[in-house]
Structure formats: structure tokens, C-alpha cells
Design a protein around this ligand. Structure first.
Ligand code: 3HC
Ligand code: NAI
Length: 708
């Protein structure tokens, strides 16, 4: 018997234990092990029932996603389908009980549904998350799930991919019983209880499939939701098509339809990009020069300085994770304002059904206001989120150095200032680090963790680990102006302005990038974040601008007119009282006047050029960051762009997208832009090198860590 699948017999009940740590993924080897166990059961007339269970922390979390990558990249030429094996399990003459703890996801739930009964611990979850990988269930999940849970639930689960808690799964008919305590014992008892009964096969249960007149509106509504909420994605619609097949065709034919759709999705660029994003999110946690054994500071309490936009949001992040927060302000008025904002944000979450009132009441108890630094003497970590001023930040860090215990992590949420200079205000620069949250901090998943020259490994390891605990994706970056995300975003937004200066309309620029898949167009994003933020920085840094290099000017002019974006009701667009944008003819007229005064020739600009110029400029800057070592690997940049900047997940991130277009083509376009437009389009040396060598960004990863 394979080591991955163990077989034992307890009182005539066969127990099949899947043991493929960490998540019992159904690799080909695990499937082979299950097949051997099934053969043994088929040939042993003394067996009265069967239990399938997962060893370790979970049932089966799905098929082995790595094998999909190997298949689509041509490393392996075929992968045995799970379907026939699941049929054999369903056809066993004795009842099969699937005992679920942890997660039964994807192929794991498909395996469970091929059993005759499913029991689970109360904290277990089930789900068909394949859609998040750009695929659909491929082992009859789209055919068996609607038979157990009905079409509406199956469509929701397969098209959206969200996990379902055990309680809900019981109500939906996916599970038969919830149990407490020893799962294996409970499953054996259950198997004995049902041993004498005929085993119900899921594939023969047609009572929940409904008639076409009942299911058509459900499917139509699901398609509409998918088109709106999962813009541009193929897999959600394919999942709905496969479930429709379950309602219209016999099981076998439905399975064939599923297989067709599954294969189409699996070999799509979208699936490759989403699988890259899945592994990328785990990869960024691995930093060669910060090994797993690096000691960390256990963070059980946090101090936050500043209860403004970011400080308040960060306080919610920690409270949500159950970590007590001391929130410091200069005065009672700003602290009251900060707390009121936190309460308002929580109230909105309750209104939208994200949290219950009880959860919010509990969370609020984790946030304690203070006006006194002295209260920080016991905290394990402090995050500073005061105004973006070096003098002020240094003053705050001098105070922190005075009051905080040795070993406490001292973090700054600065978005642009030099971490080393901030650290120089303390006597312990190895404890100083950047934790760059994104706005709104309680929503955005990205956390850039900024390594200063003296930042210690302990501080880095602590922040990386903490990021997962607080529900963020932590990405380590080097210390430079704008770090990774904002340094790339600058040229991207500048290029969007240049396009407008050259004759593209504001709406055309935003529409082209929205249709490419960005969450928002670059100009609308400026209005949301506040045009004045960049304007103030540009004014301060004007002396650093290279003479003769083209600078964008429209945003500065809009700011001079008091048009700061949404907060002033007008920016690139005008906004009504509900912040709904509409094009502003006044701005269009002003832009034509300004560009004519500046002598910029006007022309028609295609959506293709808009997308290429904006996205390739991101890529070019990304290549520089990679070469400088500010970003460790291309995948780190991708994860930053997917989680902090609304880059479409199905395109895998800026660098993955460039790799998928082909670096030769990207490089040639950039050279063309340099000839036609100007020197700011000089290709990054790394891009040129990789293009000439026929390589990809993904292949470039020679570093141990980011440059400090
Ligand atoms: N295949 C291969 N590796 C997997 C995997 C899978 N299905 N699921 C997780 N892993 C790996 C991760 O890459 C990670 O590897 P690492 O330690 O080398 O970085 C390790 O297992 C642990 O994973 P996490 O760090 O994510 O552990 P968590 O405890 O935080 O989360 C989980 C566990 C909720 C199960 C999460 O890993 C998850 O959501 N996994 C993916 C589930 C999924 O998408 N299943 C469907 C697969 S496709 C399928 O089944 C097709 C079928 O229809 C034919
Ligand atoms: P904000 O202006 O909303 O809040 C700053 C708060 O700090 C104010 O409430 C102020 O009273 C308080 N403060 C000032 N001095 C203090 C002191 N000595 N002690 C305690 N509190 C003090 O600013 P915001 O937007 O929250 O920014 C904070 C930091 O986060 C800045 O460094 C900014 O660059 C950075 N950041 C901002 C983002 C944004 O979108 N707003 C995004 C990412 C980072």
C-alpha cells in the first residue's frame, strides 16, 4: 500500500486514510493509492462499510495544482482523470462514508460527493474554488453538486468559488451529519449504522435538478452576475454551462460536457495566470536569506500612532485578527474623530452583511484610545501612521525609542519617505521597518514590508508572518522612493496623462484600461486617491526633475483650480453628491486649450496604444526594480499589482503579463515608443537583456533578498 494512502480494517469497516501533507492534495500518486485501496475493498467480502478520512490538518483540499501547471507547460503529457476512480467508489457494494475535517475543496469535495454519505466536524468547510484558478470542477463536481445541493447553490459555489461552512453545507444537503470530537470514531459508528441500507449514489439522485422552467432563470441570473462581478473571466461562465448540462443531460453526457469545458479552461492563458497568482502568493512569503527558523517577536499587542485614514484602518485590521490595539493621537478631538470613523466603517460592514453586530462589538473592545506614549511601554509592535513629514516621523520615532521595550518592532506606514533616515532617529535601527498598508487598510490585501539598511531579520520575519495572521499578503521590498508599487504607478499614471495631452479623451483612456481588466482607469483612480497628494509631492521634488524631460502638467493645473478629485466634487471628472462621476465638458475644453498653448499635436489614439503605453511603462519600471533588487522576484511585483493596484488577476500581474506577451515584443514596442515619443521610454537594461536572450522575467531570480 502506498505511503500516501493507508488502509486498515476496524470491526469490518475499511478505513482509507489519505496522508499527503500539508493539504492531502489529490496527486496522481494519491489517486493511484486510492485505486489500490478500492481494489482491496472490491475483493474483500468481509468488509461491511468504508470510511475515507484525511490525515493531519485536513480532508482533501483539491487536486494537485502543481500537476496542472506541469500539464499545461508540457512537462507531463497527460494526467489521469479522477472521474473513473470516483465512479468505482460510488459503485462499491458497501456504504462509503466520507469523514471531513479542515477543508474538502475542489477534487476533495468531488471525492466526498462520490461517497454515499458525508459527515463533518463543525468547523470544516467545503467548496469548489476551481474558478479562482481559472478552471471548473473537473471530476464531475458540476454534475454531482447540483444533485445534492440544488442548482442555485451549485451555481453559486462553482461560479464564485467561495467556501461553505459545515452548518450551511448540512442545510444544503451536501453533508448528512455534523459531529463533535473524534471524527474517525464517529465515522465508523455511522458506517456501521448504515451498513445494512442500500447505498444511495449521488449520480442517480435527480430530484433536486429541477425542470428547465425552474432552472433557466437561475442560470440566466448567475450568468449576468458573473459577467458583472467577474469581468472578462471565462471559468465562471463555463462552470454555469457545465451545471446547465447537468440539468439537461444524463449524468454521463453531462460529465463529457464538463470535461470539454474543463480542458478548454485549463489550457487558457487565464488559468495559467491565476495558477501563477495562487503559487505566487505563497512564494512571496519565502525569502532565501530569511530562513523559516528565523526567530520572531510574538506580537500580542500593538500600538498605532495616528488615528487618521490609515491609522484607523490599521487598527481595524488588528482588532479583526483579535490583537489588542492602543491607538494614540495628539488630542482628544482627533482621537474622537478617528474612533467615530472606525465605528462608521464597522457599521457599513454590518449593513453590507460582512460582519455581525456581535462581531463588531467584540472587535471594538480590542481598540483602546490613548494620548500618552507611556502606554506603549508594554506593546510588542508600534505602527506609526502620522502625516507624511520626515521631521514629524523622526520626532515620533525618538519618542518610541524612549518608551518602547527593547525588541519591540517599530514600523512606519510611510508611503514615500526613507526608512533609514527614520530609523536614524532611534538607537535601534534593526527594529525599524516599513509596513506600507494600502487604503482602505481594512480592505486592501497588500502589505509592502520595507527593509531598511539596518533592519534585522527578526523584524522582517515577524512582519512577514504577522501579515498572514492579519489577513494580508506581505511582500518584502527594498527601500527607495515609492518602494515597488508606487514607483511603478507614477510612470503609469503619467503616461495616462500624456495620452490625454496628445488627444485621447479622459474617458477613452480610462475605458481602455478598464476593459483590459484594471479595477479602475488610471485617471479615475487619481480622482479617488486625491490629485493633490501627487501635486504636493511633485512641487517638493521639482528640483530633482531632469531638464528637457517631458513632464505631465494637466493634473497640476487641475489642482491649481482646486479640482482635487472626488473629495472636492471635481477632478478629471465631476461628481454628484453620491460621488457618481460624469465627464466634465469644462475640463475637456481646458485640456484642448492648454495642449494647444503647449503646441502638442493632437491625434486619434487607439485603445490598443493606450493599453500598451500604460502597461508597458509599468513593466519597464518593474524591470528596473527587479534589476536594482528592490523587488526580489518578478512574482513579488505581480503579487503587489494584483493585491494593491487592481491589476486583473487573470492576467497574472504586470510582469507575468509581459512574459505572456513575449519580452521581445514588449521590448520592441518600447524601443518604438522611445523613437516616436521621447527619452522617457528608454528600455530598462534588464528588459533588453532578457528580450535578446529569449528569456522571461519569471526566469530571472538570482537574489537572496531585496536590496536594503
Ligand atoms: N495542490 C498543490 N499544492 C497545494 C494545494 C493544491 N490543491 N493547496 C495547497 N497547496 C500547497 C501550497 O502551495 C502550500 O505550499 P508551500 O507550503 O510549499 O507554500 C501548502 O500547500 C500549504 O498551503 P497554504 O499555505 O495555502 O495553507 P493554508 O493552511 O493557508 O490554506 C487551503 C490551506 C485553504 C487548502 C489553501 O491551500 C487552498 O485554498 N488551496 C487550494 C484549494 C483549491 O483551489 N482546490 C482546488 C484545486 S483544483 C481541483 O481540485 C480540480 C478538480 O476539480 C479536478
Ligand atoms: P491622515 O492625515 O489621515 O492622519 C494622520 C493622523 O496623524 C492625524 O489624525 C493626526 O492627528 C495624527 N498625528 C499627527 N501627529 C501625531 C503625533 N505626534 N502623535 C499622534 N498622532 C499624530 O493621514 P493618512 O492618510 O492616514 O496617512 C498616514 C501615513 O500613511 C502617511 O505617512 C501616509 O503617507 C501613509 N499612507 C497613506 C495612504 C493613504 O491613501 N492615505 C496610503 C498608504 C500610506
Amino acid at each position: 500500500m502506498s505511503e500516501l494512502v493507508q488502509f486498515t480494517k476496524v470491526d469490518g469497516i475499511a478505513v482509507v486514510t489519505i496522508n499527503n501533507p500539508p493539504v492531502n492534495a489529490l496527486s496522481s500518486a494519491v489517486s493511484a493509492g486510492i485505486a489500490t485501496a478500492v481494489a482491496q475493498i472490491e475483493n474483500d467480502p468481509s468488509i461491511k462499510g468504508v470510511v475515507f478520512i484525511g490525515a493531519g490538518r485536513t480532508f482533501v483540499a483539491g487536486a494537485d495544482i502543481k500537476e496542472f501547471g506541469e500539464l499545461t507547460s508540457g512537462k507531463i503529457i497527460c494526467r489521469e482523470s479522477l472521474k473513473p476512480l470516483l465512479m468505482r467508489i460510488e459503485d462499491l457494494r458497501v456504504p462509503v462514508v466520507m469523514a471531513i475535517h479542515g477543508t474538502a475543496f475542489g477534487g476533495g469535495l468531488e471525492l466526498a460527493m462520490a461517497g454515499h454519505y458525508r459527515i463533518a466536524l463543525r468547523d470544516a468547510q467545503v467548496g469548489q474554488p476551481e474558478v479562482k484558478l481559472g478552471i471548473i470542477p473537473g471530476a464531475a463536481g458540476t454534475q454531482r453538486l447540483p444533485r445534492l445541493a440544488g442548482v442555485a447553490k451549485a451555481v453559486e459555489m462553482c461560479a464564485e468559488g467561495a467556501p461553505v461552512k459545515a452548518e450551511d453545507a448540512l442545510k444544503s444537503g451536501i453533508l448528512d451529519r455534523l459531529v463533535e470530537g473524534d471524527l474517525l470514531q464517529a465515522a465508523i459508528v455511522f458506517a456501521k449504522e448504515v451498513a445494512a441500507r442500500p447505498a444511495p449514489k449521488t449520480r442517480e439522485r435527480n430530484d433536486k435538478l429541477g425542470r428547465p422552467e425552474q432552472t433557466s432563470p437561475i442560470l440566466a441570473a448567475a450568468r449576468e452576475t458573473a459577467r458583472k462581478k467577474q469581468r472578462g473571466l471565462l471559468a465562471p461562465l463555463a462552470a454555469i454551462d457545465a451545471i446547465e448540462a447537468a440539468t439537461r443531460l444524463p449524468f454521463e453526457e453531462g460529465c463529457q460536457k464538463e470535461e470539454e469545458l474543463f480542458t478548454k479552461c485549463l489550457f487558457s492563458d487565464q488559468s495559467k495566470a491565476l495558477i501563477h497568482a495562487f503559487f505566487g502568493e505563497r512564494e512571496v512569503a519565502k525569502i532565501p536569506d530569511i530562513p523559516k527558523e528565523t526567530p520572531i517577536v510574538p506580537v500580542t499587542s500593538v500600538g498605532i500612532v495616528g488615528a487618521g485614514t490609515m491609522g484607523g484602518g490599521i487598527a481595524m485590521v488588528f482588532a479583526n485578527a483579535g490583537i489588542p490595539v492602543l491607538l494614540k493621537e495628539t488630542d482628544q478631538a482627533p482621537i474622537d474623530r478617528g474612533l467615530a470613523n472606525i465605528q462608521k466603517n464597522y457599521a457599513n460592514s454590518v449593513k453590507r452583511g460582512r460582519f455581525t453586530q456581535q462581531f463588531v462589538d467584540e472587535r471594538l473592545k480590542f481598540i483602546r484610545p490613548t494620548l500618552d506614549y507611556g502606554d506603549f511601554s508594554g506593546v510588542d509592535m508600534v505602527i506609526e501612521a502620522v502625516f507624511e513629514s520626515m521631521a514629524l516621523k523622526k520626532e515620533v520615532f525618538r519618542e518610541l525609542d524612549r518608551v518602547c521595550k527593547q525588541g519591540a518592532i517599530l514600523a512606519t506606514n510611510t508611503s514615500s519617505l526613507d526608512i533609514d533616515e527614520i530609523a536614524s532617529a532611534t538607537s535601534r535601527p534593526k527594529s525599524v521597518i516599513g509596513t506600507h498598508f494600502f487604503s482602505p487598510a481594512n480592505v486592501m490585501r497588500l502589505l509592502e514590508i520595507v527593509r531598511g539598511a539596518a533592519t534585522g531579520k527578526e523584524a522582517i520575519a515577524t512582519c512577514m508572518q504577522l501579515s498572514k495572521k492579519i489577513g494580508k499578503v506581505g511582500v518584502l521590498v527594498g527601500n527607495c522612493m515609492g518602494f515597488v508599487g508606487n514607483r511603478m504607478f507614477g510612470p503609469y499614471r503619467r503616461e495616462a496623462q500624456f495620452l490625454v495631452e496628445e488627444g485621447a479623451t479622459i474617458e477613452a483612456v480610462d475605458k481602455a484600461l478598464y476593459e483590459f481588466g484594471m479595477a479602475m482607469g488610471p485617471l479615475a483612480t487619481g480622482d479617488l486617491a486625491g490629485l493633490d497628494v501627487g501635486w504636493r509631492i511633485r512641487k517638493e521634488l521639482r528640483h530633482l526633475e531632469k531638464p528637457g524631460v517631458r513632464q505631465a502638467f494637466i493634473e497640476d493645473r487641475l489642482c491649481e483650480l482646486g479640482r482635487f478629485g472626488q473629495k472636492t466634487g471635481a477632478g478629471w471628472y465631476k461628481y454628484d453628491e453620491n460621488r457618481k462621476p460624469s465627464p466634465d465638458p469644462e475640463v475637456a475644453a481646458l485640456i484642448r486649450r492648454w495642449t494647444s498653448e503647449a503646441g502638442i499635436p493632437q491625434r486619434q489614439i487607439s485603445a490598443e496604444e493606450i493599453v500598451e503605453r500604460c502597461i508597458y511603462t509599468l513593466v519597464n519600471e518593474g524591470a528596473r526594480l527587479l534589476e536594482e533588487g528592490i523587488a526580489l522576484r518578478a512574482v513579488d511585483i505581480d503579487i503587489i499589482y494584483l493585491n494593491g493596484y487592481g491589476f486583473p488577476a487573470h492576467r497574472g500581474g504586470a510582469m507575468w503579463y509581459a512574459d505572456s506577451v513575449g519580452l521581445r515584443k514588449v521590448y520592441e514596442r518600447i524601443c518604438d515608443f522611445q523613437r516616436r515619443l521621447g527619452s522617457w521610454w528608454e528600455p530598462a537594461p534588464l528588459l533588453q537583456r532578457l528580450a535578446e536572450e529569449g528569456k522571461t522575467f519569471a526566469e530571472f531570480s538570482s537574489r537572496q533578498s531585496v536590496a536594503a
